[in-house]
Design a protein around this ligand. Sequence first.
Ligand SMILES: [Fe+2]
Length: 182
Amino acid sequence: MKRHIEGIQTYLHSGSTDDLSNRIEVLRCVIDDILLAMIDPVERRCGYLHLYGVSQACALIALKRNENVELATMAGMLHDLYSYQAMHTEKHAKHGAILARQILEGLSITSQEETDIICSAVRHHSSKKKIHSPFDEVLKDADVLQHYLYNPMFPVMAHERERLERVLAELSIGGRRNRDDI
Ligand SMILES: [Fe+2]
């Protein structure tokens, strides 16, 4: 029993897998390399929390909506990578889509169509006031949900309130500390 638990912990903590056909884990190695190269430990922590937090939220929402959970998880991991690598957010969605394409094409783990789907979501993820494809919307909603879950006691940014309300309602979540806080 103890060895079994240790095995699970080792897997969960290292994120490693011998199954190189698992595309999420192949991509995770690249994401980790970029994040680990960040000099500022505070920014590095933010990068890990946000990219993998959004990635998990993407998985949750994609499962809920019957969207492609594997591609959604990968899109979440990639979506703000440019910002953390370049250490600025100017036009980061556009640059992020370019970086995502470079990474995916370099890894050769996605088809052209899959690469386009992921890069479209990254490209559009900052346009929270607009509605794009259902897959694009998974990433936008995951981004907003992660911002909220990082610390539910923080005030929600004005431009994310409406979208967050919709996502929480969709997930049948109504137990916030105070409805007026959103
Ligand atoms: Fe983000």
